[in-house]
Design a protein around this ligand. Structure first.
Ligand code: PLP
Length: 519
């Protein structure tokens, strides 16, 4: 007997089913009270396969090439179902699981993909099975309150004040887009209030500008384009040697906007740039925003892990932001997707509100029905908040902070190691957990040759599958990048990966030299 008073087997058959009849084949796949046992078995088998795969993985990637993986799909016909989850999983091993890139492996050092915590996976299993949709109360009930509690918790950690609010999003890109949508509409409203005549939106939009550092995430520029402002509306502000926005340069750009009759609708500061992990000087930028009336958005997609770390002070000034992006799937060890946008003044979220009669009518708002769709640019929306909820309820915030601090500590050590290693050159000393560096070929190598050697070394390393590192450019030149997000990455792993990079670099260098006839 279950709590519901009947076992799975005794669950009443669907209306109209003749007694003793087997469920129709297609219906047997629907999750309901009659199929709960099959759900348990099928999903457990999938979990088993992944657990076995994860236990057996010895490198972060297999290095399978695009043609190799493509070939596995050759005789696969989507119109010929296998009718059996076990067979489908066998096939999946071949087309996906075997050659997937595994972020939990300590020598995966490439992008902002974290290893994930088990309580969050428990949340993932629950949220997709119950399948609440967070657009309206009548599709979610308690799920809406869980999301709201987490938004409030995050806003308190940020220090945004009593009127703060926000909503979960699909990622930092969407959070930045929504924040800039609010900033745009606030700026238009402010211009209209100030103007005597009829200021038309179409006349205001071409004057709007977004100021952000040259190291900001590309989604800022993309958002400006999506919001009808164009890529040209983004004014890049130079950064200093440590890749932090230069406030004097920002002040200069703001002045220039004023002189030219342009409207600085937002300044986007980055708390943890994607390449360098650098944190813009938030207080100085906030002072300038206050003076010029520009909306301050802080993109803490990467740096939000500091909210729970012993390095919280690095975010000082973030409490003065009008909006903040946090990506729990970057530095809170959450599975994709788990992200949010927060605002200082909940009234600004009205720019994302639309009352649809069938979904969230105005009468709902009058009755104070908590419909999260009123705050979101999505409609149907996953209950991603549950993953963070179970993480906080099981592990607690400080345990997450401990994991993040461990990778920041590791990056500081690795910086000292690379800095002292004559085979490499490292760009900046990290505030967070990235390291941008390059392999240095012998002195007579041209800059172009140096670029090619580094590109080839990275590719050869990826093809070997032994480690994965990222690449980026600095002032037009090719560099390599470690993004450390795995507390299991040891000092020894760093040493070994550096040796591998140097080995592949030396081979690429030899190939270059023989090609160019130098010996
Ligand atoms: C990763 C990143 C983003 C984009 O976030 P997604 O979750 O990938 O959409 C935005 N800003 C910064 C600084 C980032 O590092």
């Amino acid at each position: 007997m279950t709590l519901l008073g009947h076992s799975d087997e005794e669950y009443p058959p669907a209306p109209g089913t003749p007694p003793g009849a087997a469920p129709p084949a297609a219906r047997a796949h629907l999750l309901n009270g009659r199929t709960a046992q099959s759900y348990r078995g099928t999903v457990t088998e999938g979990v088993d396969r992944v657990a076995r795969r994860i236990s057996g993985v010895t490198q972060p990637a297999t290095g399978a090439s695009v043609p190799d993986v493509t070939a596995e799909f050759a005789d696969l016909d989507l119109d010929q179902p296998l009718h059996d989850p076990a067979r489908a999983l066998d096939e999946l091993e071949r087309v996906y699981l075997r050659d997937a890139v595994y972020f939990h492996h300590p020598r995966y050092l490439a992008h902002l993909n974290c290893p994930i915590v088990i309580p969050a996976l428990l949340g993932e299993a629950v949220l997709s099975a119950v399948n609440s949709s967070l657009d309206t109360w009548d599709q979610s009930a308690g799920a809406t309150l869980i999301e709201r509690q987490l938004i409030d918790w995050t806003a308190r950690r940020l220090g945004l004040g009593p009127a703060a609010d926000g909503v979960f999003t699909s990622g930092g890109t969407q959070s930045n887009l929504q924040a800039l949508l609010l900033a745009r509409d606030e700026a238009c409203a402010a211009v209209r209030r100030r103007s005597t005549g009829q200021a038309r939106t179409s006349g205001i939009l071409p004057r709007l500008r977004v100021l952000t550092s040259e190291c900001a995430h590309f989604s800022v520029a993309k958002s400006a384009a999506l919001l009808g402002l164009g890529y040209e509306a983004v004014l890049p502000v130079p950064s200093d040697a440590d890749k932090r926005m230069n406030p004097a340069a920002l002040a200069g750009e703001l002045d220039r906007c004023r002189r030219e009759g342009l409207v600085p609708m937002a300044v986007v500061a980055t708390a943890g740039t994607t390449d360098f992990g650098s944190i813009d000087p938030l207080n100085e930028i906030a002072d300038l925003c206050e003076r010029s009336g520009a909306w301050l958005h802080v993109d803490a997609a990467y740096g939000c892990g500091l909210l729970v770390s012993r390095r919280r002070h690095l975010l000082a000034g973030i409490e003065r932001a009008d909006s903040v992006t946090v990506d729990f799937h970057k530095s809170f060890f959450q599975p994709v997707s788990s992200s949010a946008v927060l605002v200082r003044d909940r009234a600004t979220l009205r720019h994302a509100t639309y009352h649809a009669d069938y979904l969230n009518p105005e009468s709902d708002a009058e009755d104070r029905v908590p419909n999260q769709v009123d705050k979101s640019i999505q409609t149907t929306r996953r209950f991603d908040a549950l993953k963070l909820w179970l993480t906080l309820r099981v592990m607690g915030a400080e345990a997450i902070g401990e994991l993040f601090d461990a990778v920041v500590d590791r990056a500081a050590e690795a910086w000292a190691q690379i800095e002292a290693d004559p085979r490499f050159e490292v760009v900046t000393r990290p505030q967070l957990s990235t390291l941008v560096f390059r392999y240095l070929p012998r002195a007579e190598a041209t800059p172009e040759m140096c670029d090619r050697v580094n590109r080839r070394a990275r590719q050869a390393l990826f093809d070997s599958g032994a480690a994965v590192v990222a690449a980026t450019t600095v002032e037009g030149r090719q560099y390599l990048k470690f993004t450390l997000l795995n507390p299991e990455t040891s000092a020894n792993d760093i040493t070994e990966v550096l040796d591998l990079v140097a080995e592949h670099g030396a081979l690429a260098e030899l190939a270059e030299l023989s090609r160019s006839g130098v010996s």
